[in-house]
Write a protein that binds this ligand. Structure first.
Ligand code: NAD
Ligand code: UDP
Length: 309
């Protein structure tokens, strides 16, 4: 197949492009390089079935493709809050442009949605039926509401125009090629530990997240995209739930060194807890994460050792 991946130069996108080329497909990667890097695509740039196009998803684009994966959007709070209006535009206009293209060329189109659509959840663990608890006017809203609106657009194009959609809700994912200055917790803790700097815990560190290793997630993407039983939304993530204190201690144990834990103010609207209910993914795509946090962290630390001087 010929497959378009928007946001393909980013953390998840570059792993997806690699997987798709490896599976024998032709891949067009579209990215404006806001948080993505050509270096992430180094293994692919010379490949005959791979093409990189520098373009912004806010502006329309045309490609003859069979499938579209829409991943373009900054994902870490510091990056998506840098220009919040642009973040909402990217989610909303990017979705419209992908859906318009999918409609014209009859491609199947996949939306990288997020656990953030559940906001600070009152249901635990989160199931797909839960409508969420999201602040519409806060610092995270540009991302959360942008992604919620994108889901709305996907389902309206599906109902009104019979566009063949797949909507996946991704929970915190980590691994090689996260940006060292990304601001997300896993990369922050690893980089701080490697540099011997203080480990910054926001709040008291008892808030929880569930961390999925990137290879597991990409396997989930491909299985979900290529099944025809459901269009989603479907949760994808690792149900193992950890406090930020546990994550900090595990990171320190694996890296070694002498970093101390320091406590900083909790950002506004920071969700207290998050854990995916993945019964749907287990049933429909027979998917279950395989990589334990300790093993995934070790692989991620090995990557950051090559990045942090
Ligand atoms: P990332 O920031 O590494 O990748 C996003 C990519 O999109 C980058 O390459 C960036 O340059 C590109 N991009 C941003 N705005 C663009 C625009 N206007 N036009 C074209 N390209 C643009 O983040 P990631 O972790 O790889 O996330 C990829 C997708 O998955 C995002 O849509 C994100 O919301 C979603 N997601 C990720 C996680 C996670 O834990 N990693 C969790 C939930 C959802
Ligand atoms: N966090 C932290 N220290 C950091 C970065 C993040 O304690 O240096 C916390 C953050 O407040 C949140 C959790 O770690 O409670 C996960 O943050 P991240 O930005 O990675 O993801 P998200 O909040 O979007 O799930």
């Amino acid at each position: 197949m010929r497959i378009l991946v928007t946001g393909g130069a980013g953390f998840l996108g570059s792993h997806l492009c690699e997987r798709l080329v490896h599976d024998g497909h032709e891949v067009v990667c579209l990215d404006n390089l806001f948080t993505g890097r050509k270096a992430n695509l180094a293994p692919l740039l010379q490949h005959p079935r791979f093409e990189f196009v520098r373009h912004d998803v806010v502006d329309p684009f045309k490609f003859e493709v069979d499938q579209i994966y829409n991943l373009a959007c900054p994902a870490s709070p510091p990056h998506y809050q840098y220009n919040p209006i642009k973040t909402t535009k990217t989610s909303v206009m990017g979705a419209i442009n992908c859906l318009g293209l999918a409609k014209r060329v009859k491609a199947r189109v996949f939306q990288a949605s997020t656990s953030e659509v559940y906001g600070d959840p009152e249901m635990h663990p989160q199931r797909e039926e839960y409508w969420g608890h999201v602040n519409p006017i806060g610092r995270r809203s540009c991302y959360d509401e942008g992604k919620r609106c994108a889901e709305t657009l996907f389902f309206d194009y599906h109902r009104e125009n019979k566009v063949d959609i797949r909507v996946i809700r991704i929970f915190n994912t980590y691994g090689p090629r996260m940006l060292a200055n990304d601001g997300r917790v896993v990369s922050n803790f690893i980089v701080q530990a490697l540099k011997g700097e203080d480990i910054t815990i926001y709040g008291d560190g008892t808030q929880t997240r569930s961390f999925c290793y990137v290879d597991d997630l990409i396997e989930g993407f491909v299985r979900f995209m290529n099944q025809t039983e459901i269009v989603g939304p479907m949760n994808c993530g690792n149900p193992g739930e950890f406090t930020m204190l546990q994550l900090a201690e595990l990171t320190l144990k694996l890296v070694g060194g002498k970093s101390k834990l320091v406590f900083k103010p909790l950002p506004s609207d920071d969700p207290r807890q998050r854990q995916p209910d993945i019964s749907l993914a287990r049933r429909v795509i027979k998917w279950e994460p395989q990589v334990r946090l300790e093993d995934g962290l070790a692989r991620t630390i090995a990557y950051f050792r090559t990045q942090v001087g």
